[in-house]
Design a protein around this ligand. Structure first.
Ligand code: KIV
Length: 262
Protein backbone atom coordinates (compact mmCIF):
# COMPACT_ATOMS: atom_id res chain seq x y z
CA UNK A 1 0.00 0.00 0.00
CA UNK A 2 1.30 3.49 -0.89
CA UNK A 3 2.09 5.69 2.12
CA UNK A 4 -0.61 8.29 2.70
CA UNK A 5 0.19 11.97 2.98
CA UNK A 6 -1.63 14.60 5.01
CA UNK A 7 -3.38 15.66 1.80
CA UNK A 8 -4.52 12.16 0.89
CA UNK A 9 -5.63 11.49 4.48
CA UNK A 10 -7.76 14.64 4.42
CA UNK A 11 -9.32 13.71 1.07
CA UNK A 12 -10.62 10.51 2.68
CA UNK A 13 -13.10 12.54 4.74
CA UNK A 14 -15.62 12.61 1.94
CA UNK A 15 -14.50 9.41 0.20
CA UNK A 16 -13.95 6.51 2.61
CA UNK A 17 -13.42 5.57 6.25
CA UNK A 18 -9.86 5.79 7.59
CA UNK A 19 -8.34 2.83 9.46
CA UNK A 20 -6.03 3.66 12.35
CA UNK A 21 -4.49 1.04 14.66
CA UNK A 22 -2.00 1.50 17.47
CA UNK A 23 1.40 -0.18 17.24
CA UNK A 24 4.27 -0.20 19.66
CA UNK A 25 6.93 -2.36 18.01
CA UNK A 26 8.35 -3.38 14.65
CA UNK A 27 6.81 -6.87 14.56
CA UNK A 28 3.22 -5.72 14.92
CA UNK A 29 3.82 -2.54 12.89
CA UNK A 30 4.82 -4.72 9.93
CA UNK A 31 1.78 -6.98 10.31
CA UNK A 32 -0.77 -4.24 10.98
CA UNK A 33 0.52 -1.92 8.25
CA UNK A 34 -1.04 -4.22 5.66
CA UNK A 35 -4.45 -2.96 6.81
CA UNK A 36 -3.87 0.35 8.57
CA UNK A 37 -3.86 3.73 6.83
CA UNK A 38 -2.25 5.21 9.92
CA UNK A 39 -0.32 3.61 12.78
CA UNK A 40 -0.58 5.41 16.10
CA UNK A 41 2.22 4.96 18.61
CA UNK A 42 -0.20 5.63 21.45
CA UNK A 43 0.91 6.31 25.00
CA UNK A 44 -1.53 3.48 25.83
CA UNK A 45 1.61 1.39 25.38
CA UNK A 46 2.43 2.43 28.96
CA UNK A 47 -0.56 0.30 30.04
CA UNK A 48 -0.73 -2.72 27.74
CA UNK A 49 3.00 -2.98 27.00
CA UNK A 50 4.42 -1.42 30.16
CA UNK A 51 1.91 -2.89 32.62
CA UNK A 52 1.13 0.45 34.28
CA UNK A 53 -2.33 1.50 35.51
CA UNK A 54 -2.52 4.57 33.24
CA UNK A 55 -0.62 6.45 30.53
CA UNK A 56 0.82 9.18 32.71
CA UNK A 57 4.27 7.84 33.54
CA UNK A 58 5.61 7.26 30.03
CA UNK A 59 8.58 9.43 29.04
CA UNK A 60 9.57 11.22 25.84
CA UNK A 61 12.53 8.86 25.38
CA UNK A 62 10.30 5.79 25.74
CA UNK A 63 7.88 7.18 23.13
CA UNK A 64 10.83 7.82 20.82
CA UNK A 65 12.17 4.28 21.29
CA UNK A 66 8.80 2.75 20.37
CA UNK A 67 8.21 5.21 17.52
CA UNK A 68 11.51 4.21 15.95
CA UNK A 69 10.58 0.54 16.19
CA UNK A 70 7.20 1.20 14.53
CA UNK A 71 8.70 3.36 11.77
CA UNK A 72 11.28 0.67 11.01
CA UNK A 73 8.64 -2.07 10.90
CA UNK A 74 6.29 -0.06 8.70
CA UNK A 75 8.38 2.37 6.64
CA UNK A 76 5.57 2.92 4.14
CA UNK A 77 2.84 3.75 6.63
CA UNK A 78 1.89 7.16 8.03
CA UNK A 79 2.91 7.17 11.71
CA UNK A 80 1.57 9.45 14.45
CA UNK A 81 3.25 9.46 17.84
CA UNK A 82 1.65 10.53 21.11
CA UNK A 83 3.21 13.39 23.03
CA UNK A 84 3.39 12.11 26.61
CA UNK A 85 1.76 13.70 29.64
CA UNK A 86 3.66 16.86 30.65
CA UNK A 87 5.55 17.15 27.36
CA UNK A 88 3.42 20.03 25.98
CA UNK A 89 2.67 22.22 28.97
CA UNK A 90 3.64 25.40 27.11
CA UNK A 91 4.62 26.41 23.59
CA UNK A 92 8.38 26.21 24.11
CA UNK A 93 8.23 22.79 25.79
CA UNK A 94 5.78 21.46 23.20
CA UNK A 95 7.91 22.58 20.27
CA UNK A 96 11.16 21.33 21.75
CA UNK A 97 9.63 17.88 22.43
CA UNK A 98 7.88 17.67 19.05
CA UNK A 99 11.13 18.65 17.36
CA UNK A 100 12.85 15.83 19.28
CA UNK A 101 10.30 13.42 17.78
CA UNK A 102 11.02 14.74 14.28
CA UNK A 103 14.81 14.75 14.81
CA UNK A 104 15.10 11.31 16.35
CA UNK A 105 12.39 9.36 14.49
CA UNK A 106 10.70 9.40 11.11
CA UNK A 107 7.21 9.87 12.59
CA UNK A 108 4.96 11.94 10.35
CA UNK A 109 2.98 13.75 13.04
CA UNK A 110 2.44 14.08 16.79
CA UNK A 111 -0.79 13.82 18.78
CA UNK A 112 -1.70 15.97 21.77
CA UNK A 113 -4.71 15.68 24.05
CA UNK A 114 -7.04 18.60 24.71
CA UNK A 115 -9.59 20.92 23.10
CA UNK A 116 -9.85 24.67 22.62
CA UNK A 117 -7.60 25.17 25.67
CA UNK A 118 -4.75 23.56 23.70
CA UNK A 119 -5.41 25.39 20.41
CA UNK A 120 -2.58 27.89 21.04
CA UNK A 121 -0.14 24.98 21.38
CA UNK A 122 -1.41 23.33 18.19
CA UNK A 123 -1.09 26.68 16.39
CA UNK A 124 2.48 27.11 17.64
CA UNK A 125 3.45 23.62 16.48
CA UNK A 126 1.71 23.70 13.11
CA UNK A 127 2.97 27.18 12.27
CA UNK A 128 6.49 25.92 12.94
CA UNK A 129 6.28 22.89 10.67
CA UNK A 130 4.98 20.12 12.96
CA UNK A 131 1.94 18.14 11.79
CA UNK A 132 -0.52 17.74 14.67
CA UNK A 133 -3.34 15.30 15.38
CA UNK A 134 -5.68 16.55 18.12
CA UNK A 135 -7.43 14.33 20.67
CA UNK A 136 -10.75 15.42 22.20
CA UNK A 137 -13.50 13.90 24.32
CA UNK A 138 -12.32 11.43 26.95
CA UNK A 139 -8.69 12.34 27.60
CA UNK A 140 -6.75 9.43 29.12
CA UNK A 141 -4.03 11.82 30.35
CA UNK A 142 -6.70 13.54 32.53
CA UNK A 143 -7.64 10.31 34.32
CA UNK A 144 -6.15 11.28 37.67
CA UNK A 145 -7.42 14.87 37.51
CA UNK A 146 -10.96 13.70 36.62
CA UNK A 147 -10.96 10.69 38.93
CA UNK A 148 -11.60 8.10 36.22
CA UNK A 149 -12.44 7.65 32.55
CA UNK A 150 -15.64 9.61 31.90
CA UNK A 151 -17.72 9.35 28.70
CA UNK A 152 -18.28 12.83 27.24
CA UNK A 153 -21.12 14.44 25.29
CA UNK A 154 -23.88 13.47 27.71
CA UNK A 155 -25.42 16.96 27.83
CA UNK A 156 -26.07 19.60 25.18
CA UNK A 157 -23.50 21.87 26.84
CA UNK A 158 -20.87 19.13 26.54
CA UNK A 159 -21.85 18.54 22.92
CA UNK A 160 -21.46 22.22 22.06
CA UNK A 161 -18.16 22.35 23.89
CA UNK A 162 -16.84 19.35 21.89
CA UNK A 163 -17.90 21.02 18.64
CA UNK A 164 -16.11 24.21 19.75
CA UNK A 165 -13.00 22.14 20.63
CA UNK A 166 -12.92 20.50 17.19
CA UNK A 167 -13.40 23.81 15.40
CA UNK A 168 -10.70 25.54 17.47
CA UNK A 169 -8.21 22.74 16.76
CA UNK A 170 -9.02 22.75 13.05
CA UNK A 171 -8.51 26.53 12.97
CA UNK A 172 -5.20 26.08 14.82
CA UNK A 173 -3.98 23.80 12.03
CA UNK A 174 -4.59 20.24 13.28
CA UNK A 175 -4.92 18.00 10.20
CA UNK A 176 -6.95 15.25 11.90
CA UNK A 177 -8.56 14.61 15.30
CA UNK A 178 -9.13 11.57 17.46
CA UNK A 179 -12.41 11.68 19.38
CA UNK A 180 -12.61 9.25 22.29
CA UNK A 181 -15.40 8.07 24.58
CA UNK A 182 -18.15 10.34 23.26
CA UNK A 183 -21.87 9.62 22.72
CA UNK A 184 -22.24 8.49 19.13
CA UNK A 185 -24.76 11.14 18.03
CA UNK A 186 -22.57 13.90 19.44
CA UNK A 187 -19.41 12.52 17.77
CA UNK A 188 -21.33 12.53 14.47
CA UNK A 189 -22.23 16.19 14.99
CA UNK A 190 -18.58 16.97 15.75
CA UNK A 191 -17.45 15.21 12.54
CA UNK A 192 -20.01 17.18 10.54
CA UNK A 193 -18.87 20.47 12.07
CA UNK A 194 -15.32 20.44 10.68
CA UNK A 195 -13.65 19.67 7.37
CA UNK A 196 -10.75 17.62 8.81
CA UNK A 197 -11.19 13.86 9.43
CA UNK A 198 -12.41 12.77 12.86
CA UNK A 199 -11.24 9.32 13.97
CA UNK A 200 -13.38 7.71 16.63
CA UNK A 201 -12.68 5.33 19.49
CA UNK A 202 -15.76 4.55 21.52
CA UNK A 203 -17.53 7.27 19.52
CA UNK A 204 -19.85 5.37 17.19
CA UNK A 205 -20.04 5.00 13.44
CA UNK A 206 -20.84 8.51 12.25
CA UNK A 207 -17.22 9.68 12.26
CA UNK A 208 -14.61 9.53 9.48
CA UNK A 209 -12.65 6.50 10.64
CA UNK A 210 -11.88 4.29 13.62
CA UNK A 211 -8.91 3.59 15.85
CA UNK A 212 -8.45 0.66 18.21
CA UNK A 213 -5.57 -0.30 20.46
CA UNK A 214 -4.05 -3.30 18.69
CA UNK A 215 -3.80 -5.48 21.79
CA UNK A 216 -7.52 -4.88 22.47
CA UNK A 217 -8.43 -5.56 18.84
CA UNK A 218 -6.48 -8.82 18.83
CA UNK A 219 -7.89 -9.95 22.18
CA UNK A 220 -4.45 -9.98 23.80
CA UNK A 221 -5.15 -7.65 26.72
CA UNK A 222 -7.06 -9.58 29.39
CA UNK A 223 -7.27 -7.28 32.45
CA UNK A 224 -10.14 -5.17 31.12
CA UNK A 225 -12.17 -5.10 27.89
CA UNK A 226 -13.97 -1.76 27.38
CA UNK A 227 -17.52 -1.84 25.95
CA UNK A 228 -16.42 -0.24 22.66
CA UNK A 229 -13.74 -2.85 21.92
CA UNK A 230 -14.45 -5.57 19.39
CA UNK A 231 -11.95 -8.42 19.64
CA UNK A 232 -11.24 -9.68 16.12
CA UNK A 233 -9.44 -12.73 17.47
CA UNK A 234 -8.90 -14.40 20.82
CA UNK A 235 -5.20 -13.58 20.88
CA UNK A 236 -4.77 -14.43 24.56
CA UNK A 237 -6.11 -17.97 24.03
CA UNK A 238 -4.01 -18.46 20.86
CA UNK A 239 -0.79 -17.37 22.62
CA UNK A 240 -1.52 -19.49 25.70
CA UNK A 241 -2.27 -22.55 23.56
CA UNK A 242 0.95 -22.14 21.56
CA UNK A 243 3.01 -21.71 24.75
CA UNK A 244 1.33 -24.75 26.34
CA UNK A 245 2.07 -26.86 23.24
CA UNK A 246 5.71 -25.75 23.36
CA UNK A 247 5.87 -26.58 27.08
CA UNK A 248 4.47 -30.07 26.47
CA UNK A 249 6.92 -30.78 23.65
CA UNK A 250 9.92 -29.47 25.64
CA UNK A 251 8.95 -31.62 28.59
CA UNK A 252 8.27 -34.78 26.53
CA UNK A 253 11.36 -34.14 24.33
CA UNK A 254 9.16 -33.75 21.24
CA UNK A 255 10.97 -30.45 20.56
CA UNK A 256 13.46 -30.11 19.02
CA UNK A 257 12.81 -32.99 16.64
CA UNK A 258 15.32 -33.89 13.88
CA UNK A 259 14.10 -31.15 11.50
CA UNK A 260 15.09 -28.44 14.01
CA UNK A 261 18.60 -29.76 14.74
CA UNK A 262 21.89 -28.68 13.04
O1 KIV B 1 -2.78 6.09 23.41
C1 KIV B 1 -3.59 5.62 22.59
O2 KIV B 1 -3.53 4.46 22.20
C2 KIV B 1 -4.62 6.52 22.08
C3 KIV B 1 -5.80 5.87 21.44
C4 KIV B 1 -6.68 5.36 22.51
C5 KIV B 1 -6.49 6.79 20.52
O3 KIV B 1 -4.54 7.70 22.24
Amino acid sequence: MKKLTIGSIQKCKSARKLVMITAYDAIFARLLSESADILLVGDSLNMSFGGNPDTLSITMDQMIYHTNAVCKGAPNTFVITDMPFGSYIDEVTAFSNAMKVYRETSADAVKIEGGADKAHLVHHLTSNGIAVCGHIGLLPQAVRAEGGYKVKGKTEDEALSLIADAQALEKAGAFILVIEGVKADVATRVAMSVSIPIIGIGAGNGVDGQVLVFSDMLGLYEPFVPKFVKQYMNGAAAVKEAAANYKTEVQNRGFPSDEYIY
